[in-house]
Design a protein around this ligand. Sequence first.
Ligand code: LLP
Length: 431
Amino acid sequence: MHHFAVNRQGQLCCEEYPLREIARRVGTPAYVYSRATLEHHYRVFDEAFAGIPHIVCFSMKANSNGSVVRTFTRMGSGVDIVSGGELARALAAGAPPGKIVYSGVGKKAAEIEEALRRGILMFNVESREELERIDAIARRMRRRAPISIRVNPDVDPKTHPYISTGLKRNKFGINLRQAMRDYEWAAGRRNIEVVGVDCHIGSQLTDLSPFLDAAGRVRQLVDRLLSRGMPVRYVDIGGGLGIRYNDELPPQPKEYANAVASAFRGLDVTLVLEPGRVLVGNAGVLVTEVLYTKKIQSPSGKGKHHFFIVDAAMNDLARPSLYGSWHAILPVGRAPAGRVTADVVGPICESGDFLAKDRRLPPFKAGDLLAVMSAGAYGFSMSSNYNSRPRAAEVMVSGDRCEVVRERETLRDVIRGERAASFLQGPAKGK
Ligand code: LLP
């Protein structure tokens, strides 16, 4: 469910605000988020776990915009972070430290220190060496570091290989047997407080069975830990619930919640959830303008193949280039009649720079505006300055109100911090 729909004048709107109007005001490319959709998604997800002690920790890597994060923290959400940068931004967006969980295989000493100083809920520890480092830092700071071990349950999430994280060949987590040894080691350390168990197997899962397999294995570990007198207060089962981009039929949050809850029935624990995509994916679109069109002889030999060259590119939305992912392309205004087969491509100098391939689309013309749908997750947060392109503006709409929540970068932003090397000054050879 989302609040992007065509109004009576044939204009695609975000809530009550026409996207064309946003493009006119802030230019393109621009990410546009719907507050009502964000709130609806959070509510549905949170309510799916009603009656079960739980904390929803929005996985802010999916969308790190301060206003997006704040939308959730105002509703009681915690945050799943993976860096010191995300810690700072989560706190700035009003996240209570006691609802922040910190995952990731490469936490640096300064990042661990800062998280300890702030008093986060727990570190999701991904290796023995990390555990030892957290222990040493906590000892130096005279603190007790709350930890859970991220276990790698070795289940296949049946999603894109780049976003599968719970297979034993992945870099994530600690295998179940080793985890038991690490828990025993941790339990003997004065500066470590074992508080939970964590697991995250992958992203954009459209089937419940991998979640159930993983939860079953985590449950066995929790039972063993409890039988050895280890306190397990939190069971964090990560994120990963998929969304509909095209014709996927992911489980509803309620089905997901029931499945997860059933695996931990009878335990006196608080579930920690780390949803990212399911909260923000369908709450954002990328608005872009057609700059040029081109036609070639179709590679199949039949008819013409079109290119719609737009002003957004793989630096703005990397997902199609990186994972071959499919995003719907909708006209922002009234579309010209008919259909052609086309690629929607950006200005970047790589053939891998595309937003859509081999689509049946209206015969768009230069100046037309397009909306790349379901771009709220891993869209702006993965964007870059490749080809020296300033990053897009971000806008949030609430009803008939619309505000810029991140300004478009300027060229000055793009070169900020760059210095001319002194040894390259003076006359060049051959001049
Ligand atoms: N927790 C942990 C430890 C994670 O690594 C992730 C995502 C999440 C939670 C949130 O997962 P979600 O609910 O969003 O599936 N860039 C890729 C997705 C990468 C996911 C990385 N980890 C994409 O655009 O599809």
